[in-house]
Design a protein around this ligand. Structure first.
Ligand SMILES: *[C@@H]1O[C@H](CO)[C@@H](O)[C@H](O)[C@H]1NC(C)=O
Ligand SMILES: *[C@@H]1O[C@H](CO)[C@@H](O)[C@H](O)[C@H]1NC(C)=O
Ligand SMILES: *[C@@H]1O[C@H](CO)[C@@H](O)[C@H](O)[C@H]1NC(C)=O
Length: 357
């Protein structure tokens, strides 16, 4: 078997002697987008095996307890048992460890030596800017689970599923069909919204907002602005009244595209994005599905474009027509992460490390 050390420093995005597992691009119908593991064909052999994989959740992320999911019922991932009972450590096939909690000392790593074939999975959904003390864990983990396409177990915040020519299995319960607006519904009552919970003057997104508001009105929601409506799905409902949504990431890194973007997509507001470069977004969305702040040499140019679109429904529709062919899948934190990890462990059982794709 091929031995490949799990390399966390690659996560920093700097040059490194280790070679990360190359993200796999799935050609599905006309889609050139990155789709996570669920779309990969199931190898028949592993499913036949009667062994039940036991995955230990070492600590609930951010110390917030959540009931563990039934992977079979929710994701059709069978023969996976999840537990958060640490007494199961000696029997666990794998242990999933959330980076932030061990990095800031909220939880300790399990004690060594680890049981023979057990795999430790490093799970992280923050960007490198907000991922402290990475160096502590170099050479400790066997598999990485993150939103980065070069993780061993890749699960983004969300992804599009093409509706035509797609296997039934992909039309799962978390897939939300998207539609283009009817002719009379292209123009929405409100203009631009931004939801911001962590306001920091050091963030590029705040500097961008200061410039943008010189030219257009932005309705700001969250701690620093208007109160956010409460309750499940209420943010998406709010965005549903807006034409544009500022999907501005807290820091700019490869593949770091969060629920901010997908909430806008779900609500049918055209996302104005600040994050990794346009090319990176285009691995996840059609080029016309979003407006990138780098598309314009100046913020003033961008503001002018947004105002122009609002007066030209036909032009605006170009940013919305693509929706007709897709469903949106937003990943369920953390249920889906645990189940996806468990399946990955099943598939790599008996192997020292991940096989190349
Ligand atoms: C999980 O769901 C499956 C299918 O719905 C069911 O047969 C099984 O009993 C459930 N397992 C547990 C532990 O609840
Ligand atoms: C908010 O942003 C600051 C500055 O980047 C960062 O240090 C802090 O960890 C962030 N807080 C949260 C809750 O993300
Ligand atoms: C997991 O990684 C540790 C540390 O590098 C290593 O000692 C162990 O053999 C690996 N286990 C498996 C099953 O690959």
């Amino acid at each position: 078997p091929l031995r490949k050390r799990c390399c966390l420093l690659v996560y920093k995005g700097t040059s490194s002697v280790c070679v990360a597992t190359v993200g796999f691009l799935l050609f599905l119908g006309l889609s050139l987008f990155y789709l996570p593991d669920p779309s990969a064909p199931e190898p028949a052999v592993s499913e036949e095996s009667s062994h039940v994989t036991l995955l230990l959740i070492w600590a609930h992320p951010f110390e917030r307890y959540r009931k563990l999911p039934n992977c079979s019922a929710l994701f059709q991932i069978h023969k996976c048992t999840l537990t958060d009972d640490r007494r199961a450590y000696p029997q666990a096939d794998a242990v999933i460890i959330h980076h932030r909690d061990v990095a800031i000392g909220r939880a300790e790593l399990p004690t060594e030596p680890r049981p023979g074939a057990q795999k430790w999975i490093w799970m992280n959904y923050e960007s490198p800017t907000h991922t402290p003390a990475l160096w502590l864990f170099e050479g400790v983990f066997n598999l990485t689970l993150s939103y980065r396409t070069d993780s061993d177990i890749f699960l983004p915040y969300g992804y599009l599923i093409p509706r035509v020519g797609t296997a039934k299995s992909l039309q799962n319960r978390y897939a939300h069909p998207l539609h283009k607006p009817s002719r009379s519904n292209v123009i929405r009552p409100r203009f631009v919204a931004w939801v911001i919970s962590n306001w920091s003057e050091s963030h590029a997104r705040v500097a961008f907002y200061y410039k943008l508001r010189r030219y257009i009105n932005v309705d700001v929601f969250g701690r620093a602005g208007l109160p956010l409506p409460e309750g499940r799905g209420s943010v998406v409902r709010l965005l549903g009244r807006y034409q544009f949504y500022l999907a501005l990431e807290n820091s700019q890194h490869t593949d770091y595209i969060t629920e901010k973007l997908w909430n806008a997509v779900k609500a049918g507001a055209v996302p104005v994005v600040l994050g990794p470069p346009r090319k990176n977004y285009e691995r996840f969305l059609p080029p016309e599905a979003f407006i990138h702040v780098d598309d314009f040499p100046t913020v003033r140019g961008l503001a002018r474009y947004l105002r122009m679109l609002r007066r030209n429904p036909d032009r605006l529709r170009r940013h919305l027509e693509w929706r007709e062919g897709y469903s949106l899948h937003q990943t369920a934190f953390w249920a889906e992460h645990y189940c996806t990890a468990c399946r990955a462990v099943r598939r790599t059982r008996g192997k020292t490390d991940w096989f190349t794709w």
